[in-house]
Design a binder for this molecule. Sequence first.
Ligand code: UDP
Ligand code: MG
Length: 331
Amino acid sequence: MQPTYSFIIPVYNEEATIAELYRRVSQVMDGMDGPVELILINDGSQDRSLELLRELRSRDSRVCYLSFARNFGHQIAVTAGLNFVRGQVVVILDADLQDPPELIPDMVELWRQGYEVVYAQRTQRRKESWFKRFTAYVFYRLLKRLADVDIPTDTGDFCLMDRRVVDVLNAMPERNRYIRGLRSWIGFQQTAVRFERDPRFAGEVKYTFRKSLALAINGLVSFSRVPLRLSTYLGLFSAVVALVMALLVMYWRLFDGTAPLTGYATIAAAVFFLGAVQLFSIGILGEYIGRIYEEVKNRPLYTLREVAGFASIDRHETSHDRTPPEKRLRF
Ligand code: UDP
Ligand code: MG
């Protein structure tokens, strides 16, 4: 039977939350007015998560899962889920119950009113460290200023999307997937529901500082060329400083008879400053070039080790796969 609703949940070492997650999500699923499929993506967990997913699958046929051959990261896990969904309405949420599933009926109501994307916007983050709250606050505002598309502040991946939006997302070949940005880029009628973000139900945060930073840089670089322009500005600024200095030195030599700028410290500072500007610019260039390299290699976004609940496993041939059908790998 073709489901009307698909819920996508990425799972990475979430053995402590899966039982409670299933309890709360299945309650919401029972209350929906059409058939629901629950797609869990095991992102290479090292704990008992996959075993628990198998168990859920054997108990409830609405549960399907994909299991990666290693950890590919949250954005790729969500992407895989999107590649496999069959519903008309797709909802993405986190496994740790920070995104309350009870909000889904409200989101569906807005979808009925004609919105193709309903994203959840946090009004508050409870019990998260001040450091995370502060960096998130600064990042989302910076991104809003710099990005080419209007990416709403304080929204994560928790959202509802209409089939048409998911089809567009699946047709986007890029591998640096900053899903909340791509979702905004697509357009359609979008609206927000506001919610208070609960603390994680159990277990540790899986987004380490490094992963969060990588996601943030990804978001900025994928949706803005302002950082590239930064080196132009810095170069112009240095040129102006150099010109003013040259004029000053000339003036002092000709009319003043003194030459105050002979110190070693001044020269060292100038050399270091210019070195820093250059390295910084090369670093920014590198971010963009590295991404071009990643895209050009055109590797599959993920590798699957186990799949359950999808009648035709050929669905792994997703739209980003540009190899001709007869040459494709079968999983
Ligand atoms: N996650 C994942 N792969 C990863 C890291 C996280 O699939 O490499 C999943 C995780 O299981 C959870 C969601 O992504 O369902 C969000 O992770 P987390 O709660 O640790 O991040 P935060 O809430 O701090 O954004
Ligand atoms: Mg979380």
